[in-house]
Design a protein around this ligand. Structure first.
Ligand SMILES: NC(=O)c1ccc[n+]([C@@H]2O[C@H](COP(=O)([O-])OP(=O)(O)OC[C@H]3O[C@@H](n4cnc5c(N)ncnc54)[C@H](OP(=O)(O)O)[C@@H]3O)[C@@H](O)[C@H]2O)c1
Length: 343
């Protein structure tokens, strides 16, 4: 479409209207619109196709200390998205190519490439839906990959326990652990998701933490203890897992989904004895620290995907109007797989 035509098109956006102290709800956002920008020299125009909904977005709007600056009030909500380049004055980004980046909850964005994280067509000629590059071949699976392999260092025959086991990150962790020859135990929040864990993601054991006696279930599922704990929740689930660590265990703190309010943080049992007695290690993960290695991970994920070793589930919400209430949906556990907004 010619530039003069594009300039008359409206870009619909979702802005942060107020700062939540806990989980962001619809009331914390507002809609806005502006004319679509015109790309200058070295810039290109992206039309977003899928917007990602991630638990991390709670941290991006919260004032509590985090690994990135909070989104400003009145700014477009920060979000990872997949879009198509529709105008380009940039030699690296051809019209018609697809890119993944922090493009925000909006329909269009003018970029100079700094906010691009992956260039889809450069990677592999795979027969997969584009949306997969926001989930099983995107940031969530890359998080699983580096958290499990770099920090967790799983060895064949070891037991790997995963919380939010049926989610976008968790389901990838469980499957990568199986690829590495581990026994996998998934913890999730409904019987339906227990079924996904067993049937779709190959967990050896899946536990519904809302109905099971978690300590008893973990004792039965991990008779030799937990060698690797991939922690996406913190809270009561982790308290139970830390009591079952094996000697030399490695724990990856990837997310704290069960902690609704960060200030003040809820108190819990001390874990130092469990770490000391088991000479265990616990380490936090921030996937953007690995940005220069994302393509390395993606190559291997694509390979496993082609070999049929990586399953995934996606859930789509249709239209930008669904965005403001979508983060809360994650914190209700209502999502059945990677949550995406389809524009
Ligand atoms: N460190 C990093 O760089 C990084 C990068 C990406 C993601 N993450 C983290 O990875 C975790 C999973 O992310 P995702 O994108 O894959 O999301 P997801 O697992 O697809 O969705 C979030 C899930 O969290 C669980 N949950 C919500 N409230 C909970 C509560 N009170 N207690 C226990 N579980 C609760 C729900 O699963 P159930 O129904 O099973 O309870 C929900 O489906 C999140 O904690 C996220 O912040 C970290």
């Amino acid at each position: 479409m010619p530039l003069d035509t594009m300039a008359s098109i409206i870009n619909h956006q979702v802005l942060l209207a107020s700062r939540p102290t806990g989980i962001p709800e619809a009331e914390h956002f507002e809609f806005a619109e502006e004319k679509v920008g015109t790309p200058g020299e070295g810039e290109f125009l992206i039309r977003n196709i899928f917007l990602s909904v991630d638990p991390a977005m709670k941290g991006w709007v919260n004032v509590a200390k985090n690994y990135s600056e909070p989104v400003a009030i009145g700014a477009v909500m920060r979000a990872i998205a997949l879009g198509e380049v529709i105008e380009s004055n940039h030699p690296k980004y051809a019209v018609g190519s697809h890119v993944v980046g922090t493009f925000g909850w909006q329909e269009y964005i003018v970029s100079n490439g700094d906010d691009v994280r992956l260039r889809v067509p450069d990677l592999l000629d795979l027969d997969v839906p584009l949306s997969a590059f926001l989930g099983v071949l995107g940031m969530n699976a890359i998080t699983a990959y580096f958290g499990l392999l770099d920090i967790g260092e799983p060895k064949e025959g070891e037991t790997v326990v995963v919380s939010t086991a049926a989610g976008a990150v968790g389901s990838a962790v469980g499957q990568i652990a199986k690829i590495k020859g581990c026994r996998t135990v998934g913890i999730t929040g409904s019987d339906e998701k227990v079924g996904f864990c067993r049937d779709d993601f190959g967990y050896d054991v899946a536990i519904n933490y809302k109905t099971a006696d978690l300590e008893a279930a973990l004792t039965e599922a991990c008779p030799d203890g937990v060698n690797v704990y991939y922690d996406n929740t913190s809270g009561a689930i982790s308290d139970a897992v830390y009591q079952k660590l094996a000697v030399g265990a490695r724990c990856i703190v990837c997310g704290t989904a069960s902690i609704e309010v960060w200030n003040p943080l809820p108190a819990g049992p001390r874990i130092e004895r469990a770490l000391l007695v088991n000479r265990a290690r616990i380490q936090g993960l921030y996937i953007f620290d690995y940005l220069d290695r994302w393509e390395e991970a993606l190559k291997e994920l694509c390979q496993w995907f082609q070999e049929g070793k990586l399953n995934y589930r996606e859930e789509f919400l249709d239209g930008l109007a669904q965005a403001p209430s979508s983060i809360a949906r994650l914190y209700e556990g209502a999502n059945k797989g990677k949550l995406l907004i389809r524009l």
